[in-house]
Design a protein around this ligand. Structure first.
Ligand code: F6P
Length: 547
């Protein structure tokens, strides 16, 4: 398989880097008054200003050429067509089918998947209506007031992120809870707040074998059975999974199971039945709006030329920093309290997808791959880690995300928020020259000696890249578009590196080892051969807990 660095465009980009690495973006803005207008793209309710990046037309052309040489357009078509592009698991990758609102046939193994997709959506819709309207009653004939989603990773982060982001659209009676951690304190905290008669548990697991989820689900069931009976379980436990057999074995009637399929990756699954908490909370119409928003982005992605293709541009600009500037991390900074779960969601999406070191054919990828994704609400980040972003030694690209529409009617708040996000982007780009710092200190009347000492500390190099991602408003449609945009961005980068973005074998080793260690901690097997450090830790645990 061709290594990315063997593509002719890669060599051209190396040359671009040598030619432009010392150019300041200030210069590009001064030379080209149309830069902000030209490096701007709108898709549905999403507007992105990518002008504050260390790019020019030549670099963009070479990035697009790189995408073409890596056969991005062909790979895109294969994904949308249902080809088995997840080669190590021999699976299609069809999150786009889940939001294929035109209903055009998409085949996997000769079978159109759309009837199945639509049937599950219908079942989710009927169930959601019943719960939300109060028609679905618990075992003492009371309406459901609390929904507890038990799942982890992709079976948790997407629904949690969406329900938090779209809280203002939520059903006023329903309180949503999410339990992912096998540390019993998370489940205990939730169980302290809810009542068996009015609580609905959703056991969400693609495989239905995930230890954390099954342990939490069993504990929740035991808790329920302290008051309800086995027969009452049907009214309070539903499952979301691809594994009917395991759901039945767990004791949930498969009538109350919402199905999805192996061609839906965990971190790409919020559009599937895994989105049941979202539909329960927001209602069917809003869930469909979210799908519509994602579909709009899918259509843009598959149809727009790469030069004007939002996910492709974001992916390629990311490649520019990761592979040519050596910028190994990327910050997600939403300027919106209800988007505070977004960085964590994108972290799994990106890092589990592109945290790979071999290409599709098993050969070692000769370049850097997926970046470390991290972040926090921007305004809080400003008072915590932005110092490093402004004056540290790393070049870290940042996605600044905000809503143009006001988020609350509390006077003054949104203006302050937006003034900060715009100011940060300006500061990251412009910086402050030593001359500017000097003039500022002089204007404050400081003695020259003190000014000289302070200038290096008050200088900002600037030239630090940001993408300004503005949503017209935070609503289900725009959130759907935003998440689909990030999904496709990750795909674009995976294609350039030639890795499989849709498996996650890297999480398996720890899981395997934990099984043996658990048996040792329980004392059900004799101590096994480990390295000295691990053996010591196991002994210590047994001394502390098995006296
Ligand atoms: O261990 C990683 C992982 O497989 C994720 O990819 C997935 O989202 C999560 O675990 C949960 O898996 P499941 O939905 O099968 O419980």
């Amino acid at each position: 398989m061709t290594h990315p660095s063997d593509f002719p465009a890669w060599k051209a980009l190396e040359q671009d880097y040598a030619n432009t690495q010392n150019i300041h973006m200030r210069q590009w803005f001064e030379e080209d008054p149309s830069r902000a207008e030209r490096y701007w793209i709108e898709v549905g309710g999403i507007r992105v200003d990518y002008s504050k990046n260390r790019i020019n037309d030549n670099i963009l052309n070479n990035l697009v050429a790189l995408a073409k040489q890596a056969k991005l357009p062909e790979r895109m078509k294969q994904m949308f067509h249902g080809d088995k592009i997840n080669q190590t698991e021999n699976r299609a990758v069809l999150h786009v089918a889940l939001r294929n609102r035109t209903n055009s046939p998409i085949e996997v193994d000769g079978e159109d998947v759309m009837p199945k997709v639509n049937a599950v959506l219908r079942k989710m819709g009927d169930f959601s209506h019943a719960v939300r309207s109060g028609e679905w009653l618990g075992y003492t004939n009371q309406v459901i007031t609390d929904v507890v989603n038990i799942g982890i990773g992709g079976s948790d982060l997407g629904p949690l992120m969406m329900c938090t982001a779209l809280k203002s659209f939520g059903h006023p009676r329903l309180k949503m809870h999410f339990v992912s951690n096998v540390d019993g304190s998370q489940l205990r905290d939730v169980l302290e707040k809810v009542h068996p008669e009015t609580t609905l548990f959703i056991i969400a697991s693609k495989t239905f074998t995930t230890q954390e989820t099954i342990t939490n689900a069993n504990t929740a069931r035991q808790w329920f059975l302290q008051e309800g009976s086995e027969a009452d379980i049907a009214k309070h436990f539903v499952a979301v999974s691809t594994n009917k057999k395991a759901v039945a074995e767990f004791g949930i009637d498969t009538e109350h199971m919402f199905e999805f399929w192996d061609w839906v990756g965990g971190r790409y699954s919020l559009w599937s039945a895994i989105g049941l908490p979202i539909m329960l909370y927001l209602g069917e119409e809003n869930f469909i709006e979210m799908l519509n928003g994602a579909h709009l982005m899918d259509n843009h992605f598959i149809n727009a030329p790469l030069e004007h293709n939002l996910p492709a541009l974001l992916g390629l600009i990311g490649i520019w920093y990761i592979n040519f500037y050596g910028g190994g991390s990327h910050v997600i900074a939403p300027y919106d309290q209800h988007l505070h779960r977004l960085p964590k969601f994108i972290q799994q999406l990106d890092m589990e997808s592109n945290g790979k070191q071999v290409q599709m054919d098993g050969s070692h990828v000769a370049t850097e791959t997926g970046p470390i994704i991290w972040g926090e609400t921007g305004i809080n980040g400003q008072h915590a880690f932005f110092q490093l972003l402004h004056q540290g030694t790393h070049v870290t690209p940042i996605d600044l995300i905000a809503s143009l529409a006001k988020r609350s009617n509390l006077p003054g708040h949104h203006e302050i928020l937006l003034s900060n996000v715009f100011a940060q982007a300006e500061a990251f780009m412009r910086g402050k020259t030593p001359e500017e710092a000097h003039a500022e200190l002089q204007a404050q009347g400081l003695p020259e000696q003190e000014i000289e000492a302070l200038v290096p500390h008050k200088t900002f190099s600037g030239n630090r890249p940001t993408n300004m991602i503005l949503l017209d408003k935070i609503n289900p449609r725009n959130m759907g578009s935003l998440i689909a945009m990030y999904e496709h961005k990750v795909f674009v980068q995976g294609v350039i590196w030639g890795v499989n973005s849709f498996d996650q074998w890297g999480v398996e080793l720890g899981k395997q080892l934990a099984k043996t260690i658990l048996a040792e901690l329980n004392g059900t097997i004799d101590p096994q051969k480990h390295d000295a450090s691990t053996s010591r830790l196991i002994r210590l645990y047994r001394q502390a807990n098995c006296a």
